[in-house]
Write a protein that binds this ligand. Structure first.
Ligand SMILES: [Cu+2]
Length: 161
């Protein structure tokens, strides 16, 4: 009996020492973020997948120190045929949910770029949650022609009257 208790005690002691990287997929996956090379204002698009078991609340985006511009999460909405966008101060991502940043919906709004977005460059940006956890991601800067080439496959019929 005492022996079993002792055994149980050791099991409890060892549990927190198990390697934390046992579940490598248990993370917030941020991928394919890109923005057009522009002089002043640009929008960033990509995908965020919450592969953790908890809800993640993204509250801001941090840019590298050398970059003086402003980055914020926006969402475009269409009301009576008029598109408008608002700043998102709290982006809730439920476990196993995907949020796609794409034209007409969520985007990272970059302002005051001051010519610092050059095509071919990449920057490390960070998504920051309400608990101050930092999730780094790569933002690739593409030329307008690269972006337009990617748009060719999109359906533009909805834009015609
Ligand atoms: Cu915007």
């Amino acid at each position: 009996m005492f022996r079993n208790l002792k055994k149980l005690f050791y099991i409890f002691l060892l549990v927190p020492l198990l390697p934390m990287n046992a579940c490598t997929d248990n993370s917030l996956v941020i991928k394919n973020f890109s923005a057009a090379a522009m002089q002043d204002t640009s929008a960033g698009y990509g995908t965020i997948i919450n592969k953790t078991n908890s809800t993640i609340n993204i509250v801001s985006i941090a840019m590298p120190d050398y970059w003086s511009g402003i980055a914020a999460i926006h969402k475009t909405t269409l009301k009576n045929g008029i598109a408008s966008m608002k700043k998102i101060n709290s982006l809730i991502i439920e476990p196993n949910n995907i949020i796609i940043f794409e034209p007409g919906s969520y985007h990272i709004m970059f302002t005051e770029i001051q010519n610092k977005f050059k095509s071919g460059d990449s920057h490390v940006i960070s998504f920051i949650d309400a608990n101050q956890n930092i999730y780094p991601a790569t933002l690739t800067i593409k030329s307008m022609s690269e972006i337009n080439a990617g748009k060719k496959s999109m359906d533009h019929s909805k834009m015609e009257h």
